[in-house]
Design a protein around this ligand. Structure first.
Ligand SMILES: [Zn+2]
Length: 201
């Protein structure tokens, strides 16, 4: 066992910070020390912000997004197009698409992917609520923005099947050459997918 260099409160803080994605034990120590040094400017306001977020954070019952209100900010935004729904696996994907700011539409967060081996079935994901939203009739296109993994594609196929009886266009993201990508560096799977989904110039 390594020698303890700080009291149990600081050790606990470091241990918890080390569980934050992107921070390992070393970065957690640096972060903890930084917070302690910047007690008034950072540590106190951060603690207050965390306390408030813990109190208010909830899952949107419409789309599965996380926010401090239900329905969430995106679901209640009147400037968004109702007819297009982007389906994502995780809130992180929603945030990534929003950062790209390519479309001003609504979302649906599945909360994972179908994975029979891990015991994840359709009832474990927000698929029923997705079907209910499509059944309400306002949606004309569902964009399946799931990951290009086996589980992601299995989930996309399942959802496409479930939506086949509705008057709705189901599309998926293109697979292929990334922007700024060089062909020489791409794997065979990506190159094959890019060739198959080629478009007219
Ligand atoms: Zn929502």
């Amino acid at each position: 066992m390594s020698k303890r260099i700080a009291g149990p409160e600081i050790e606990r803080l470091v241990q918890l910070l080390a569980k934050v994605p992107g921070l390992g034990p070393r970065s957690a120590r640096r972060a903890a020390l930084h917070l302690i040094k910047k007690k008034e400017q950072l540590f106190v306001p951060l603690t207050a912000a965390m306390g408030e977020a813990v109190e208010k954070v909830r899952v949107c019952s419409t789309c599965g997004n996380v926010d401090t209100s239900d329905p969430c900010t995106i679901c209640t935004d009147p400037r968004r197009e109702d007819a297009t729904l982007i389906v994502v696996e995780d809130v992180a994907d929603l945030w990534a698409l929003e950062r790209a700011a390519a479309m001003n539409v609504r979302y649906h967060v599945l909360g994972g992917t179908l994975s029979p081996l891990d015991g994840v079935g359709p009832d474990d994901l927000n698929i029923k609520t997705l079907i209910a939203r499509v059944a309400s009739g306002v949606v004309s296109e569902v964009i399946l923005a799931v990951n290009a993994t086996v589980e992601g594609q299995t989930t996309a196929h399942y959802i496409t099947d479930q939506l086949s009886s509705f008057e709705v266009k189901v599309t998926r993201l293109a697979h292929g050459v990334p922007v700024g990508g060089e062909l020489d560096y791409l794997d065979e799977g990506t190159l094959t997918a890019a060739l198959k989904s080629r478009t007219a110039f």
